[in-house]
Write a protein that binds this ligand. Structure first.
Ligand code: S3P
Length: 179
């Protein structure tokens, strides 16, 4: 299907680990033929290592600073794109203002149980490598909820939606912002 409509502002995807930011970002990128910038992947490229390694060798604070440094450089680019950020990025207040400057911020909201189901056995999220990941997910989500919501221009509850339903909703949101 030929897609003629294109967003006129950047689409910024935020949300907890496992909510589908990268998958949705990839689908939107394909659908609208615009670039996807995934800040986790950008940091891994810059540092020439994995996030897991960064957490292990330099610690979480160093990683958080890398996220902020990257966000500071993002709004300067001229082309329209999709920006997907790590689950913890909106926790820092300065990052929330930077994200809002980047474009329309869409929060993909997810319930802890869905995160647990989706990420069971995942070994690449350092924050979830613990005895009781479900409790950790609940705890982190509760701590972050206000940060996510205060940063968002729109919220989509993704638990029971297909990938197509999520991308269609984002399309509608973006069209609504353009009129
Ligand atoms: C993190 C989420 C991860 C990654 C890092 C920390 C977090 O990204 O940035 O492991 O604090 O929630 P995803 O949300 O893409 O998994």
């Amino acid at each position: 299907m030929k897609q003629t409509w294109q967003p006129k502002q950047n689409i910024v995807l935020i949300g907890f680990m496992g909510c589908g930011k990268s998958t949705v970002g990839n689908r939107l990128s394909w659908k609208y033929k615009i670039a996807l910038e995934d800040t986790d992947k950008m940091i891994e490229r810059q540092q020439n290592t994995t996030i897991k390694e960064i957490f292990a060798t330099q610690g979480e604070e160093a990683f958080r600073q890398m996220e902020t440094d990257l966000l500071e450089a993002l709004p300067q680019k001229k082309y329209i794109r999709i920006i997907s950020v790590g689950g913890g990025t909106p926790v820092r207040a300065c990052n929330r203002s930077l994200l809002k400057k980047c474009g329309v911020v869409i929060y993909l909201r997810i319930q802890p149980e869905s995160v647990y189901e989706r990420l069971k056995g995942d070994q690449n999220r350092p924050l979830l490598q613990c005895e009781d990941p479900l409790s950790r997910i609940r705890e982190l989500l509760a701590q972050r909820e206000d940060a996510y919501e205060s940063c968002a221009d729109a919220i989509i509850d993704v638990d029971h939606l297909t990938l197509d339903q999520v991308t269609d909703r984002i399309g509608k949101i973006m069209k609504g912002k353009q009129v």
